[in-house]
Design a protein around this ligand. Structure first.
Ligand code: CAA
Length: 287
């Protein structure tokens, strides 16, 4: 069925949405990215362009293929433009109200009775999003990893209502069309990867908050001692500290375990707008 999915929509053109759109366009699919206004749509386009340029510079893509991918990608401010999509991936901010609103709207707009509505949520219940639509059997979690063009994993998360046909369709899409590796998770906050990753990142934040070790030494410890590509505080900056805090909150709400509780330093940094790479400063400073 995925060979049938040629028209994809992505709602939200931030770092995840832009990355998802890029891999879809690079896979030859007709891709529309929807953002809230013209400024945000322009920023989304710039993200995709910058990442394609990077792929060309690294010798991962030739210039003509990058231009073709960009030509296949349309940026819009209107959700109505997604009416003819066969798959829409929601990748807006990690906030239950924002995501619920998008799903309720998509349910009215997307016309194909076979179309699948997917969420890139890291931690919110897929079941709850499905219940805001009249097609819970065609709502599913499709969770990508940042940077999307580089990391091969996608988590596929079926809700209690998702049909086997929908699971098969998106699994086939992620593996055959996008060339990703799929793992399956039950619909539990954090799924597999974030349920393991977030407590580790929170521990690193607590470690530096308490003065146990410096930011540089915490990161160097895991990079040099465990061969991680980046230390936990650099990784938290890459994910975005607001997103780390939101995922931690969902995990804490679901499991009530202290290991998922956000340390005060993380909360204060989010309140201060020090969100990591995207704002130029988090645990590290970026140009
Ligand atoms: N397209 C294709 N390939 C690209 C690319 C692009 N746009 N940008 C970079 N690459 C490739 C490069 O060519 C390079 O490949 P080779 O090693 O084969 O040459 C590789 O990606 C690394 O690129 P760089 O050398 O430029 O960058 P780096 O060495 O500084 O690595 C990094 C950067 C990829 C981010 C790496 O540090 C890394 O993998 N970090 C860990 C990221 C991680 O754990 N992400 C998961 C976050 S959790 C999440 O996303 C889920 C959630 O819900 C929060």
């Amino acid at each position: 069925m995925s060979r049938g999915i040629r028209r994809v929509g992505v709602v939200g053109g931030g770092q995840m949405g832009a990355g998802i759109a890029e891999v879809c366009a690079r896979a030859g699919l007709d891709t529309i990215v929807c953002e809230v206004d013209a400024e945000a749509a322009r920023a989304a386009r710039e993200r995709v362009e910058a990442s394609l340029d990077r792929a060309v510079r690294h010798g991962k893509l030739d210039r003509a293929a990058a231009q073709d991918a960009l030509a296949r990608t349309t940026f819009t401010r209107s959700l109505e433009d997604l009416a003819d999509r066969q798959l829409v991936v929601e990748a807006v901010v990690e906030n239950a109200d924002a995501k619920t609103e998008v799903f309720a709207a998509l349910d009215k707009i997307v016309e194909d009775p076979e179309a699948v509505l997917a969420t890139n949520t890291s931690s919110l219940p897929v079941t709850r999003l499905g219940m805001t639509t009249r097609r819970a059997d065609r709502v599913i979690g499709l969770h990508f990893f940042n940077p999307v063009p580089v990391l091969p994993l996608v988590e596929v998360v079926a809700s209690l209502h998702t049909s086997a046909r929908t699971v098969d369709a998106v699994t086939d899409f992620a593996t055959r069309s996008l060339g990703k590796t799929v793992i399956r998770s039950q619909d539990r906050a954090g799924f597999v990867v974030n349920a393991l990753l977030i407590p580790y990142l929170l521990s690193a934040i607590r470690m530096t908050e308490s003065g146990f070790a410096s930011v540089a030494d915490v990161d160097a410890g895991m990079e040099r001692g465990c061969a991680h590509p980046m230390g936990p505080l650099k990784l938290a900056d890459l994910i975005g500290l607001d997103t780390v805090a939101s995922i931690a909150e969902s995990l804490y709400d679901e499991f009530k375990e202290p290991l998922y509780a956000s340390p005060p330093l993380l909360q204060r940094m989010v309140e201060a707008g020090l969100l990591g790479r995207k704002t130029g400063r988090g645990f590290h400073v970026y140009d």
